[in-house]
Design a protein around this ligand. Structure first.
Ligand SMILES: Cc1ncc(COP(=O)(O)O)c(C=O)c1O
Length: 446
């Protein structure tokens, strides 16, 4: 795609502005390859050092990424919005899109009735001086967390998990600092870390969570923060086990130089118990979003932590966005308190498990080992992501290439099972098996 883009500029600033403009218009979409430094320098008749400076500036702002033999590319989610007209096209008609990592909208509790009840009961508008976390919301959140073994004397609310993580990293770290992240890990977090000018250090993950030796190596390499997904790790489905939690708590015990962030985004949807690390370090935060069980559009997460860490996030929010709207807070509280919603969330959790376990079993029937202990994704190691993604697309299935989630982890595919009909499990497993182990091309079979 980039080969057709007309790059311009004679200085590092004008070259980077031209690349940014290409991203805005959609001429340089996420993942687009950029010319090598030398090739672009020759094209623009400038020195390679000038192009290298432009690339470096965009890398430090998380717009570009450079990955070995893949060269320099636009990041999957660069912090520059493309115009609406440049948004990625919908998959081909008839293709089944399993690439998005979203909950099934049909399994989210309807918010209409609660909105209506709220409308009937809404008091006078809350002003700047009284706004903040509503005491009844704090109390309900505290009770829900303490039922899972997380002490939440201090807590606040953020506009979702990633907003909370951004505020935590922004308050504790400075550009250039290193953050230990799971590898493979959540693509949006990798993009956020890049956009904040932080350095990711990959920590390998197995089905029981981040591997302790990897965390130890990241600490030795100077990581100032560690982000751990408690359950339904994206993309592998890993969940921190009791044994792994013990190991990690021992490793992290009493550390004063590391901010520990736990992301329990699956929350009420996770069908495995929580083994929190909360409190292992002096500075810690436990973030639980409502996005997966109750709906991503609610944009709300609970952030509990030690007093200093929570005060930093609350204080920083106050000088910026202010607070999470009390209208939203009351809506979430109503959802938490409705037993019918509870039932729907439990049903969704069971349905996701059936689909995930069903796909793992069907893949095992083809001799393929995939991962997915919890959550809505299955992670299938493959020898070659590009050819597997292409073969699946040709067969009518859209899946996400593992490259979006990996730093040094080996290639794989992420398959989101949340909306997958049970009758499609077998055909999907067969298509995956063919894509992963393509037979000889037709016409050459012996
Ligand atoms: C690992 C992880 N954390 C958190 C979230 C939810 O984030 P948010 O609360 O910002 O919607 C997701 C959603 O996909 C996720 O995969």
């Amino acid at each position: 795609m980039s080969a057709r883009y007309q790059f311009a500029g004679t200085t590092a600033a004008t070259i980077s502005a031209s690349i940014e403009s290409g991203i805005r218009t959609g001429a340089l979409p996420p993942g687009a390859a950029l010319p090598s430094v030398r090739a672009l320098a020759a094209q623009l008749a400038v020195s390679p050092a000038t192009v290298a400076r432009a690339y470096q500036e965009l890398r430090q702002r998380g717009v570009l990424t450079t990955a070995g033999r893949h060269g320099t590319r636009v990041r999957p989610r660069p912090p520059v919005a493309a115009r609406r007209s440049a948004l990625r096209p919908a998959p081909l008609p008839g293709a089944r899109d399993l690439s998005r990592g979203e909950p099934d909208p049909r399994l989210l509790p309807p918010i209409g009735p609660h909105l209506a009840a709220l409308a009937a009961d809404v008091g006078p508008s809350v002003g700047y001086s009284e706004a903040g976390v509503l005491p009844e919301v704090a109390e309900a959140a505290r009770a829900r967390l303490s039922a899972d073994g997380v002490t939440a004397d201090d807590l606040t609310l953020t506009g979702g998990a990633l907003d909370g993580i951004e505020r935590l990293l922004g308050a504790h770290l400075r550009p250039g600092d290193a953050v230990a992240v799971e590898d493979p890990g959540w693509a949006n977090l990798l993009d956020l870390v890049a956009a904040l000018g932080l350095r990711p250090i990959g920590v390998p993950v197995d089905d029981e969570g981040p591997i302790a030796a990897g965390v130890a190596a990241a600490l030795t390499a100077g990581a100032r923060a560690l982000v751990v997904t408690s359950r339904a790790q994206n993309p592998t489905g890993a969940a921190v086990s009791a044994a792994r939690a013990d190991e990690l708590r021992a490793l992290l015990a009493g550390r004063r130089d590391l901010l520990l962030i736990e992301d329990d985004h699956a929350a009420e949807l996770a069908r495995v118990p929580l083994h929190p690390l909360a409190g292992a370090t002096a500075n810690w935060a436990f973030v639980r979003s409502v996005s997966k069980p109750f709906g991503p559009d609610l944009r709300l997460a609970v952030l509990a932590g030690d007093e200093t860490t929570v005060a930093r996030v609350t204080g920083r929010t106050r000088v910026g966005a202010g607070w999470v709207s009390t209208v939203l807070q009351r809506l979430v509280l109503a959802l938490w308190q409705d037993p019918a919603v509870d039932d729907l969330v439990r049903r969704a959790a069971r349905d996701y498990e059936l689909r995930r376990a069903g796909l793992l079993t069907a893949l095992a029937g083809h001799g393929l080992t995939a991962h997915g202990r919890s959550g809505i994704n299955v992670w299938l190691p493959v020898p070659d992501e590009t050819s597997a993604v292409t073969a699946l697309r040709d067969a009518g299935w859209v899946v996400a290439p593992g490259s979006l989630y990996r730093i040094a982890a080996p290639p794989a595919l992420r398959v989101t099972v949340s909306s997958l009909a049970v009758e499609n499990l077998a055909p999907l497993a067969a298509a995956l098996a063919r894509a992963v182990r393509p037979g000889p091309p037709s016409g050459f079979a012996t």
